[in-house]
Design a protein around this ligand. Sequence first.
Ligand SMILES: [Zn+2]
Ligand SMILES: [Zn+2]
Length: 176
Amino acid sequence: MEKLWERVVRFHGHECPGLAIGFKAALAAKEYLGCDDSEDEEILCISENDACGVDAIQSLLKCTVGKGNLIIRLTGKSVYHFYNRTNGKSIRLSLKSSKTQMDRKNYKKHLLKEDAKELFEVSETNIHLPEKARIFNSVTCEKCGEKTAEHLIRIQNNEKLCLDCFDEYKRFYVEI
Ligand SMILES: [Zn+2]
Ligand SMILES: [Zn+2]
């Protein structure tokens, strides 16, 4: 356990409570999903934040953005969904709010030694298992000449445009 934490800290670059949250979530996911290290793309994570904890998940579960088995769904919540494609198991972990007034160092320590069941609300995921990463055709933008995946192309005046060149049709401007 200590070795694993060291590995995760090396990957992330520093120790922090956020990393400890991701670390505990990843360990709990392994247990709940019944996965071993040989499985690779069979484990998928949807993280609802893009903070420090995601690095622990990348390092421990080998979920990466490039492979398509780490998806950020940015609601900003400390919520993580994990899926095992091999056995169909899935869980949703939601960090419980702590009432304690610990400083960062003690909070990190507390997170590391606390049981995952105490730290997270554990339930079935409420998001369907995403399809496997698709390979898209590339389309060349008719304005800038750069290629992009076809699902990110827009049509404007009968031209195929990338998102940089497309003039977004936005009709509401909110004044604050
Ligand atoms: Zn950090
Ligand atoms: Zn373009």
